[in-house]
Design a protein. Structure first.
Length: 169
């Protein structure tokens, strides 16, 4: 599958922990194009796992997103983004800067997410949180286009993720 993204777009990666969002981002985008919630936590607290730093981390992420979109730079947000309110904040920034928004949903089976999450060396998210994220994602998939995403791609198997190709239009 070829994912054709407009230059200067907001790209929101959506998926439960362990789905492979960060791996996908690293494979398809330049490091400067990716704003990761974990990286923002590391910047503000020296620890990407410090959940107490989440609020200031997202404040920083939204500030950087606005700066990049104001310059019409392709920007990828690497966070779970499974909750509508989180996506709405990102879409508001894109609208403010008149930039298109695309969603790439990495919707792998729950068992795969749990297995990958448990195998992580750097950090694991509690299994109950992964289950909750996965359920929230499944409830919201159908409404993404209505939320304001111009393009929505759903990658629902490891093969579709590995075979996806990103092109800038």
């Amino acid at each position: 599958m070829i994912l054709r993204l407009p230059r200067g777009a907001l790209v929101v990666l959506i998926g439960a922990s362990g789905a492979g969002k960060s791996t996908f981002a690293a494979a398809h985008f330049q490091p400067s194009q990716v704003l990761s919630s974990d990286a923002m936590r590391a910047l503000v607290a020296d620890d990407p796992n410090d959940q107490s730093a989440t609020e200031p981390a997202f404040e920083l992420l939204h500030t950087l997103l606005a700066l990049r979109l104001a310059r019409a730079r392709l920007t990828v947000v690497d966070a779970t983004n499974v909750e509508r309110w989180a996506r709405e904040r990102l879409l508001a920034v894109a609208r403010r800067h008149r930039r298109p928004a695309a969603a790439i949903v990495i919707d792998l089976p729950l068992e795969i997410c749990l297995e990958r999450n448990a195998a992580r060396d750097d950090r694991t998210v509690p299994a109950a949180a992964v289950r909750r994220q996965h359920a929230t994602l499944r409830r919201s998939i159908g409404s993404l286009a209505e939320e304001g995403f111009r393009q929505v791609w759903r990658l629902d198997a490891p093969q579709s993720v590995s075979e996806a190709r990103v092109e800038l239009a």
